[in-house]
Design a protein around this ligand. Sequence first.
Ligand code: ATP
Ligand code: MG
Length: 394
Amino acid sequence: MFTVFLIKYAEIGVKGKNKYLFEEALAQQVKYALKRCEGEFKVSRTDGRIYVHALSEFDYDETVDNLRTVFGVSGICPVIHVEDEGFEKLADTVTDYMDKVYEDKHITFKIQARRARKNYPINSVELNKELGSRVLSAFPEMKVDVHQPDVMLHVEIREKIYIYSIEIPGPGGMPVGSNGKAMLLLSGGIDSPVAGYMIAKRGVKIDAVYFHAPPYTSDRAKQKVMDLAKQVARYAGPVYLHVINFTEIQLYIYEKCPHEELTIIMRRYMMRIAERIAKENACLGLITGESIGQVASQTVQSLAVTNEVCTLPVFRPLIGFDKMEIVDVAERIGTYETSILPFEDCCTIFVAKHPVTKPNLNVVKRHEQNLEEKIDKLVQQALDMDEVVIVKWE
Ligand code: ATP
Ligand code: MG
């Protein structure tokens, strides 16, 4: 019965030229999400609003599910869109709508008419009254409540007439592409996909980098990361995933540096390499799934030592989250099941029994000097062999 969706957005209430850009970005993302749905759609921006018109048969649930992945959408209103064929016809359509949408008639409602086309012969106050009394006489169980109605029925008189009362919540945030691009350090764990989701939600386009260490990490671990990238792509759009072979670097650090500092030095090289790739790809920041105190490499001291190698800002959206809170988001966005699959990622292979929890920057730097001979060459080799996979949801 619905052929149109009104797409509501909240934060985009930004002003002037920005508003135009934001609406444009949102319309693009809506189009992108609809490409995955069966049927043909037109996305239009009229009257300062975004509408999705179905031009063919379509699957309602599938369409709504996909629209719910678009950041920037605060609500999705399925709309009845009819020609203006006079008041009598409108009254019939409205009562028919209430009948079909609200099986249980024990509800309170309010009609919210809006006469956007001023040559319509009945003004909005009269429309509210007239349509309200038609509904009341058709369904005596229904009651009017103008303060806190169960159902707010919008009737908008424009070129055509729009009728809607349902608002399905969207994810909120800002449309991807409206806030630049950043590079996500994506591992196979629970945290980093959630971190990517959260930054994408603020309108940031996501590229990703994964460090693998074959044969210490398996192809299945890599596949798992690609699956996670795919789930992030469901919300963030296509993700360019850089797969970097980290084996030689890791072995070299293992050979030359104290084992309790392995993780922290590895983390510093990951950040350095991620930053190089980020800069080559117009990314304005790095994103990690770190959270204070979660593991030895995420104490405040460790984070400071890791951070020291970067000049780009590092976004750590989970920094103050407990694991439980991160798991909640992971479950909600659908990454959790994949994240808990057992395949090792490269960090868990070379872990020392007693990693430093309070690394000292000068000491770490001194130990990194042991790497002088070969490390630049190894880093360059790893960058040269960067394997880029474009990961899409479908
Ligand atoms: P996650 O659940 O995201 O794997 P974690 O709790 O396992 O995180 P660490 O292994 O210490 O934590 O990693 C901290 C962050 O460093 C990760 O959230 C991720 O952003 C990045 N990272 C770790 N390992 C890799 C890797 N192999 N490739 C890319 N990024 C990584
Ligand atoms: Mg990890």
